[in-house]
Design a protein around this ligand. Structure first.
Ligand SMILES: [Zn+2]
Length: 125
């Protein structure tokens, strides 16, 4: 059974807002990757060439890098969810095909699996 249209439309709006925010945040921490049109690279800051300056450059770079990766992963999930909206499969668990709980989707509109399957996936790791 598929999600009702009003709910899907509401989630689509949330996802689009989230997507815009993520892209803006990614532009803040990095620039578009030259090697990968979809990807972003973290900026490597240039504070100077003294040892302590180099050390803080590296620290800022790894902060940017992990933030950038988190943002990029979330953006991928959001984009995939919007694709499911377009295909009409939004709200279905990608593992068991059951409808995902509406409250879960409201909290995290990019969710692609139901709570039970998510728990199973986490246990496997
Ligand atoms: Zn499931």
């Amino acid at each position: 059974m598929l999600m009702n249209k009003a709910f899907t439309a509401e989630m689509k709006k949330l996802l689009e807002v989230k997507q815009t925010e993520l892209v803006a945040q990614l532009k803040d921490v990095g620039r578009h990757s030259a090697h990968d049109a979809r990807g972003f690279e973290a900026d490597f800051p240039d504070y100077g060439n003294k040892d302590d300056e180099n050390a803080s450059e590296v620290a800022t770079f790894s902060d940017n890098l992990s933030l950038e990766r988190t943002l990029e992963r979330t953006l991928e999930d959001v984009t995939a969810a919007l694709e499911r909206v377009a295909k009409g499969t939004y709200g279905q668990c990608r593992y068991c095909g059951q409808e995902i709980d509406g409250r879960r989707l409201r909290a995290r509109p990019e969710s692609g699996s139901c709570v039970q399957c998510k728990a199973k996936q986490l246990k496997k790791k």
